[in-house]
Design a binder for this molecule. Structure first.
Ligand code: MTE
Ligand code: MOS
Length: 752
């Protein structure tokens, strides 16, 4: 490989560091209006009346839109349309962030004043705020609080428990997690002959479709331009549709550009989070530590609307038994409505909750059976020709055990255990602990979303040899532009600095599905590879004739083209091809092979392939104050092939720290149905001071035949290994298995 897997400079680093990149809030148009959003600010009730007459009279207010102004459908939904865009009179308000009206005014100040003048009356209803209350179904958020289920039924679970040497039964709880992207949600809408939407988003095609429904206009009349996006982490999957629709409607009604940039408080109040969960696990083992069966009931708190929850639940279900081969499985996942913020996509997409539970079960079992936590994982880990819990027979690219072994060796585990033991013997108030986690991740959308699993890329070699690319997926910080450029550079030999990746625009490029599920490298990577190879082939055909040589005597490498012993710059050759009418622009399309999956019993090929990872964490706990320090971390991922080395390491660094925040700090608090932690003064996330002093990252490259150069996916698994590993380390340090995150200091200092 010339450049794949090597250290390179991130192609968008400079423009971001120098402040050149344009984010949604950087777009200005003449005559632009500013937006305010009128929220219900009541968790449950009936909107009896809304009166905008006073607010409309305020000079500088151009338009106040309510449900009466929506030209198309007034509802949103991914699986079912259960959420109003603007709540109509006589209808229910189901969480504090429900929107009643939107205001367009000449200045942000006027919009804010107008908001105070909008009057409305809500008849309050008792609310449902916990999973336990939701299950009771006494107060109903919608017709039935337990609205969605997913299940796996495989093997003979009763037998697997009857014949077991050890049965463990535990309950686990996990809290919310806020995406905390640097850039809040934002959009600028500009309607003239068509609607242009400049949106901070992961999924511009979702925005295009949703806005088309709200306004009742054709897709051809809506160009969604993805702006530079300052982080998404799943929080800009469906949510930008709800934001963009507001500005789009106001622009449509006023025929003027409209800007809507969320404050952090609006963002935290209204937009999605990671689902809180409560799960009941029973796992049976034989005395050697082999898992015989898993029974699990998992409840996810969807909040007021279902949005992406039923899709999230699919991933929860498939990952519920962890990264292990389990033959007897009974898993039930339930999505319940509450009167709180709708939850949706967040890095890991419903899997971190259950991986935390299953990995805790593994540690509890290891302790009871007197087996090392490393050994019990090796014993159950997946490998080639084994089946996952859904009965997916794995035929290739299963580097699971390799990741375990690499971490074992890199950490010098046996010695490390000794040193931790010694530390604990000689320290009374500080205790260290080691925690393992072994995880897997189904790459892309899987059998639940195959209809979206295709992607395109357009590659355009300019006459001077530089290259412009547009892919249908997005850069949101994860490094997709660099990864895509590396693939093109590998094939054409052109230097990275001569390659530009454009942000997608929905009128120019085909819907390539959402930029989620860690699918960009695999999908857009394949699409761009196909397109670039076509161009190279066009060039080779011409050059072969032109120089009268065989095609395989021509090599593209390091910015040059070698024809036998002659050497030309790639730029010269591109110019030559261009001047001889060679086709230098191509598109590529990639779609996955069909998966065989039965949704009734949850059995079959759940995903096209899986990434695997192992993490070992060393924590130190002050048992007097409850302070926890993550001191050292060893992580290894099998991602098939490392394309963008620094990018991959960066993903693991960021993912582990975000996962650490989930376990240690991040605690979204509610009081009377309203979030009280609406900014980072009281919703704490990790900072640079919290990162471990030693951070080992390594990769296994067990090639996947369908992947571009063998690659799978890393964006989300990079987070997923951290929560269970850190939680297990804390449990080991204090000698008590914790089963609730975020970990509370009280729980640690409590004497039992
Ligand atoms: N990394 C950064 N810096 N910013 C992000 O918003 N999102 C994560 C992950 N890593 C994210 C990130 C999520 S939720 C996903 S699905 C993947 O990146 C998407 O990118 P990929 O498809 O290129 O892996
Ligand atoms: Mo990521 S949660 O799939 O956007």
């Amino acid at each position: 490989m010339n450049i794949i897997g090597k250290k390179v400079i991130r192609i968008d680093a400079k423009e971001k560091a120098y402040g050149i990149s344009k984010y949604a809030s950087d777009y200005y148009f003449p005559n632009m209006l500013y937006t305010e959003v009128v929220y219900a600010d009541v968790p449950h009730g009936i909107l009896e009346h809304i009166d905008i007459s006073e607010a409309e009279k305020l000079p500088g207010v151009v338009k106040i839109a309510t449900y009466k102004d929506v030209p198309g459908t007034n509802k949103f939904g991914h699986v079912i349309d259960d959420m109003f865009f603007l709540v109509p009179e006589g209808e229910k308000v189901r969480f504090e962030g429900d929107v009643l009206a939107i205001i367009a005014a000449e200045t942000p100040e006027i919009a804010k004043k107008a908001k105070e003048l909008v009057k409305f009356k809500i008849k309050e209803l008792p609310g449902v705020f916990t999973i336990d209350d939701a299950i009771k179904n006494e107060v109903l958020v919608h017709e039935n609080n337990v609205a969605f289920t997913r299940k796996i039924r495989r093997g003979n679970v009763e037998n697997a428990f009857k014949n077991a040497d050890l049965i463990i039964k535990e309950t686990f709880e996990t809290g919310y997690q806020e995406h905390a992207y640097l850039e809040t949600q934002g959009v600028v809408a500009n309607y003239s002959d068509k609607l242009e939407l400049y949106v901070s988003a992961q999924c511009p095609f979702y925005v295009q479709k949703d806005v088309s429904k709200i306004l009742g206009i054709d897709l051809k009349d809506i160009n969604v331009i993805q702006t530079e996006t300052g982080g998404g982490f799943g929080g800009k999957e469906d949510v930008p549709s709800y934001i963009a629709s507001k500005a789009a409607l106001l622009s449509f009604l006023t025929k003027r550009p409209v800007k809507l940039i969320y404050t952090r408080e609006m963002d935290i109040k209204e937009t999605s989070k990671r689902h809180p969960s409560k799960s009941f696990y029973e796992v049976s083992f034989n005395k050697e530590g082999k898992i015989l069966g898993v029974k699990a009931k998992i409840y996810l708190d969807m909040g007021a609307y279902s949005t992406l929850s039923p899709i999230v639940m699919y991933r929860t279900m498939v990952h519920a038994c962890g990264a292990y081969s389990v033959d007897n499985v009974k898993v039930d996942v339930y999505g319940v409505y509450t009167n709180k913020v709708p939850c949706g996509a967040f890095r890991g997409f419903g899997s971190p909750q259950v991986l935390m539970a299953m990995e805790s079960m593994m540690d509890i079992a290891a302790k009871k059976l007197n087996i090392d936590p490393f050994d019990i994982r090796m014993k159950n880990a997946l490998e080639k020709n084994k089946q996952t819990a859904t009965g997916h027979l794995l035929t290739e690219s299963v580097g699971a055990k390799e990741t375990l072994k690499k971490v074992y060796e890199a950490s010098n585990y046996e010695q490390l255990k000794e040193s931790v033991k010694k530390f604990n013997e000689s320290n009374l108030l500080k205790k260290q602990g080691l925690g393992w986690a072994h995880i897997f991740y189904g790459v892309s959308l899987g059998a639940g979303g195959q209809f979206l699993d295709g992607a395109t890329a357009m590659v355009n070699v300019q006459s001077d040899g530089t290259v412009a690319i547009m892919i249908g997926n997005t850069e949101m910080g994860q490094g997709a532009k660099t990864t895509i450029s590396i693939i093109v550079s590998e094939i054409l030999g052109q230097d990275l600095s001569k390659i530009r990746v454009l942000q997608p625009q929905t009128l120019f490029i085909q819907d390539s599905g959402p930029t989620v599920a860690s699918r960009t490298t695999f999908f857009s990577g394949n699409a761009v590879k196909i397109a670039t190879e076509k161009i190279k082939n066009n060039m080779l055909n011409f050059l072969g004739e032109y120089f009268n040589v065989k095609k395989d005597e021509i090599k593209f490498k390091d910015g040059f083209v070698y024809v036998n012993d002659k050497k030309f710059s790639f730029n010269e050759i591109a110019m030559l091809c261009n001047n001889n009418n060679v086709k230098l622009s191509e598109t590529g399309w990639y779609k996955t092979p069909k998966l065989d999956f039965n949704h009734e019993d949850g059995v079959g090929e759940a995903y096209v392939t899986y990434s695997y990872a192992t993490q070992l964490s060393l924590v130190e706990v002050d048992i007097l104050t409850g302070k926890i320090e993550l001191k050292k971390v060893w992580v290894c991922h099998d991602i098939g092939k490392v394309i963008n080395l620094d990018g991959a390491i960066g993903q693991v660094h960021g993912g582990v720290i975000q996962g650490m925040g989930y376990v240690l700090f991040e605690d979204l608090k509610y009081k009377d149905g309203k979030i009280t932690t609406k900014n980072f003064n009281n919703y704490l996330i990790p900072t640079i001071k919290d990162i471990p002093i030693e951070f080992y990252v390594d990769f296994v490259e067990d090639s996947f035949s369908e992947g571009p150069f063998g690659a799978k996916g890393l964006g989300e698994p990079s987070l997923m290994s951290a929560p269970p590993s850190i939680l297990n380390a804390i449990s080991a340090a204090i000698g008590k298995q914790l089963n609730k995150i975020p970990v509370s200091i009280e729980e640690i200092i409590k004497k039992e």
